[in-house]
Ligand binder design. Structure first.
Ligand code: ZN
Length: 336
């Protein structure tokens, strides 16, 4: 299922396909399915009695939006969550019909000497679909079409290679919790996280939870050349628990509960580098009069690029830690 989940194209604002796929997978396990006008999908599982837990995984992935078509048929675009260094010369698929294209760039032969050391800006790049004129391109492309990378999912032993790991890994974890456990909670698949945590804001207002947990993917910190940043989290060393990121200071009691649970059941875990990044928890904890919230993430190398690497063990351990941690929350009366 991870192959299908990650190969579906669903850039922010274009989550219909991924939402339909998830709905198909979970509908028989759900006691209630809510699809709001904003595009979020929320599943209630079981009778949510005292403690209302809301888990959120965003469905959207990074990508590009087509913003213009040149006279010569080349497409101009804007990026969502990407930097130019990682997208040059990559294959992309555009829109509902998956029109193939490549991100064009000047070959080395044509670069001026001062251009050789410079990273081009997005406005200097284009997507080439092989059209010879604006009219030809307009027959199959519309301004506003979304594009993402043409990356196939592969597996090598315990390691997974593919696109959109941020955050289809989180979606997979929630689908597994819904289909294989009986923990009463609201499980939300949110939209437009990469544009500023937008969908989760709407969901959290509707559900009004007692506890909120974002289930996401985080950047592996395995870059030895980075001077002032520690080299964690790393793939294969367990789910990453957030102490604080740029959007939230996580609830210390919740964090402690998950650390305690991991230690008790000997589940490996690590911390995310504090104060960087942001997740749906950043808006969920600000709902109404405030909500205790935290984040549990699967580390992956090279997120927000055409391809990432993650470990199957981290995904399995995230599922294990979440299910045991959620049960513990439901046992403790202080979260009511
Ligand atoms: Zn994410």
């Amino acid at each position: 299922m991870l192959k299908e989940l990650t190969e579906i194209n669903g850039v922010s604002g274009d989550e219909d396909r991924i939402r339909n796929f998830i709905k198909e997978k979970i509908h028989k396990y759900a006691d209630e399915i809510i699809e709001d006008d904003y595009g979020n999908l929320v599943v209630r599982k079981g009778k949510v009695k005292k403690t209302k837990i809301l888990l959120a995984a965003h469905m959207d992935e990074v990508g590009m939006m087509i913003t213009g078509i040149e006279k010569n048929g080349l497409l101009k675009f804007k990026t969502i969550g990407l930097r130019t260094q990682s997208i040059l010369a990559k294959r992309v698929l555009i829109g509902e019909k998956k029109i193939p294209g490549i991100i064009g760039h000047k070959p080395v032969h044509l670069l001026h000497s001062q251009e050789k050391s410079k990273v081009p800006e997005v406005r200097e790049l284009f997507i080439d679909i092989g059209a010879s004129s604006k009219e030809e391109a307009e027959k199959i492309i519309q301004i506003g079409d979304m594009a993402t990378f043409d990356t196939k999912f592969t597996r090598n032993g315990d390691l997974l290679f593919g696109k959109a790991f941020d955050n289809r890994l989180g979606c997979f974890i929630l689908i597994e919790l819904i289909s294989k456990t009986d923990i009463p909670a609201y499980y939300a698949f949110t939209v437009q996280e990469e544009l500023g945590l937008r969908g989760a804001r709407v969901v959290s207002f509707r559900i009004n939870p007692d506890v909120a947990i974002a289930v996401d993917t985080t950047a592996s910190g395995e870059f030895p050349e980075k001077k002032d940043l520690p080299m964690y989290p790393a793939i294969g060393k367990g789910p990453a628990l957030t102490i604080a990121d740029a959007s939230i200071l996580c609830d210390r009691n919740l964090l402690e509960l998950f650390e305690r649970t991991a230690q008790k059941y000997r589940i490996p875990y690590q911390h995310k580098q504090p104060m960087v990044g942001g997740t749906d928890a950043g808006v969920m904890h600000l709902t109404r009069d405030g909500v205790p919230a935290m984040v549990i993430s699967t580390p992956a190398r090279y997120i927000h690029s055409p391809i990432s690497i993650a470990s199957i063990h981290d995904i399995k351990n995230s599922i294990k830690l979440l299910s045991l941690g959620l049960e513990q929350i439901l046992k403790e009366s202080k979260w009511n």
